[in-house]
Design a protein around this ligand. Structure first.
Ligand code: ADP
Length: 296
């Protein structure tokens, strides 16, 4: 099954154009939608999840017209929004049982089996009797996935799921998502390059509502390879370098700035070539759209 998005546009009543002619083709596997805050990711995710309408465009999931036949899409869809409420006093098992019931699984035994399978899948079986309000950030997110999987979806949308997770929780969550991506379409919306690098075989970079790049992470890397140079500089010299070079990113290391630039010729001046990484690709694209100071 394939998800096809064609020329999707959305302008909010306050005049902000959140999506501008967005077209993407997404197949089974993990798909990364990468963009800075305000890029339009949530607007796109909510539209795909049938929670809001665009002004124009077409979305098809297999044969289903997503924008018109919302009921059919919802049967195939799992959605983990950026913020989701949990009933703090209810335990994980009771809550999942309730959700399965709402999804129309009326047979008690079948429901019990599904809940057990979901709890195991997201590694929360041991914690099934704990109240949801006592869950850590990572446990919450994994419970959110279990909840989203209760309807056995063929499309799973997760919006900024790793924000706020500590490294071990993030790893666990990565493992869970990559397992899911073996069987269904998983769209991961994130501003964290690491999420996409680790998980996604296909990706798009979106900024100010426009798709700047889509393809495999390696396609982007190939275009930059051999053109990235770096150098440690004093913070106070940054403005000068910005005038002279095409700055991709800066990172503070021990009080100094590690400045990375893109150059088609050998820049000299103490710059050393280094391999391009996905973060370079990301910054290179979005710096064409927004002032680098707002994200460096
Ligand atoms: P992201 O998820 O990438 O951070 P969003 O889709 O949330 O981006 O937002 C895209 C743009 O649309 C931002 O400029 C945001 O302020 C604006 N926006 C989002 N939701 C609304 C809304 N309900 N009303 C008006 N503007 C909105």
């Amino acid at each position: 099954m394939e998800l096809i998005i064609k020329n999707l546009s959305k302008t909010y009543p306050n005049g902000v154009q959140a999506l501008c002619n967005v077209s993407l083709s997404i197949s089974k596997g993990m798909y990364g939608l990468l963009g800075p805050n305000g890029a339009g990711k949530s607007t796109l995710m909510r539209t795909l999840a049938t929670l809001q309408d665009p002004d124009a465009g077409i979305v098809k999931l297999g044969d289903i017209d997503v924008l018109k036949d919302k009921q059919s899409v919802r049967k195939k869809l799992g959605y983990l929004p950026q913020d989701f409420g949990l009933y703090p006093k209810v335990n994980a098992e009771v809550m999942l049982n309730h959700i399965a019931q709402m999804k129309g699984i009326t047979d008690k035994n079948q429901r019990r089996q599904l809940v057990e399978q979901l709890l195991n899948q997201v590694n929360l079986y041991q914690d099934r009797k704990k109240a949801l309000g006592t869950f850590s950030g990572g446990m919450r997110q994994r419970f959110g996935i279990a909840q989203a999987l209760a309807g056995q979806p063929s499309l799973l949308i997760v919006d900024e799921p790793t924000a706020g997770l500590d490294p071990s929780e993030r790893n666990r969550f990565y493992n869970l998502l990559s397992e899911l991506g073996e069987n269904i379409i998983v769209i991961l919306s994130t501003h964290i390059v690491e999420d996409v690098r680790t998980l996604c075989s296909n990706m798009a970079i979106i900024c100010r509502g426009e798709v700047l790049m889509q393809g495999k992470p390696n396609d982007g890397l190939g275009k930059l390879e051999g053109k990235v140079y770096h150098k440690l500089i004093n913070k106070s010299d940054l403005e000068q370098y910005r005038g002279d070079y095409q700055v991709i990113s800066t990172k503070l290391i021990g009080g100094k700035l590690n400045l990375s630039i893109k150059s088609y010729t050998v820049p000299g001046n103490g710059f050393v070539k280094r391999p391009a990484d996905l973060e370079d690709v990301y910054f290179d694209y979005i710096s064409q759209k927004i002032d680098p100071d707002s994200f460096l």
